[in-house]
Design a protein around this ligand. Sequence first.
Ligand code: SF4
Ligand code: SF4
Length: 334
Amino acid sequence: MNSRESRRTFLKQFGAVGAVLYLGSGMGLARTAPHHRITEMGFRYTISSVDCLPKLKADMDRLLEQNKVTKHATIREYVGAFATELPEEQLWGKSFINVAIPNKIVQVDFHHKGEKKRVKVAPGYTSSGGRWDGILDHIKEHIIGDKEAKLEYGPFIPQKLLAARSGLGVYGRNNVIFIPEFGSYHALLTYVTDHEFEPQPWRNPQMLRECEGCNICYESCPNKCITPENFVIDAGRCVTLYNEENEDMPEWMDPTIHNALVGCLLCTIKCPANAHRLADLDIMDDITEAETDMILSGEQNEELKASIVEKIGRIGLTADFTHLSRNLRLLLER
Ligand code: SF4
Ligand code: SF4
């Protein structure tokens, strides 16, 4: 995964910076259902004009002015990197097609010291293994209606905010985007096309109905990222910000709170809006004692490494065993 994709993944999964809700100025939280459309491939989508980019920027600027976004340097770097206009090579773009495709919690059993330790990976870190091959042709044929249309992956933009604004999904109190059929376990993808569509809805971001009167994610977050006073969570304290990187864990963070090989599941796994998604796991092959030992020790054995990559390569951590080793140690040695 390159750094651009890594940013997208982070913001998609946890993107507190994308949460915009108008809590003041007489603009209450509306609570209505998403109004996306469904294709035969089973993904959900909305369409937005590329003219939405200045509107997204205005939303982000408002959040920054209101001091609602963490000052953590990595998050501020992400925010600063959002495209506010189309890049030169995509100036032909007229519309964004905002797509949500379902993904799953990954489960892997690591054999270690004679025991089997079940480890999870938060959704959003794994490739689909080819399940969505052909999506570009499908969009051209079934959404655009023109097989010759130009269609490319879009620029780096606040996809969760665009999902909320376009009606693809609604924000949960934990700032992830919920789509009824997928819960919060999905990937957001933005494509740009030269096709112009009829004007599309642009609405105030909505809050998930189930959040009303629910405190589950607030009480589940070990780092108190979710606070009653600010709808935008403090992403600078989010576990995922630290276990996605190679740097040492901060001293203030309790090492026992790590709960996934990468990412964090604590504010989504008990959410009632995800209950229907929990049995649908992406189960990968067991990692043997020898393979586990190699990951933990950091020693390189090409045969074992190839075997590990074959089993869990889709997680995207295997290129950097330092990272995998640190995160696995946090889970196995607590
Ligand atoms: S756990 Fe409760 S408050 Fe949090 S996102 Fe889910 S429904 Fe909303
Ligand atoms: S529960 Fe985990 S993922 Fe959710 S906000 Fe807290 S640290 Fe971040």
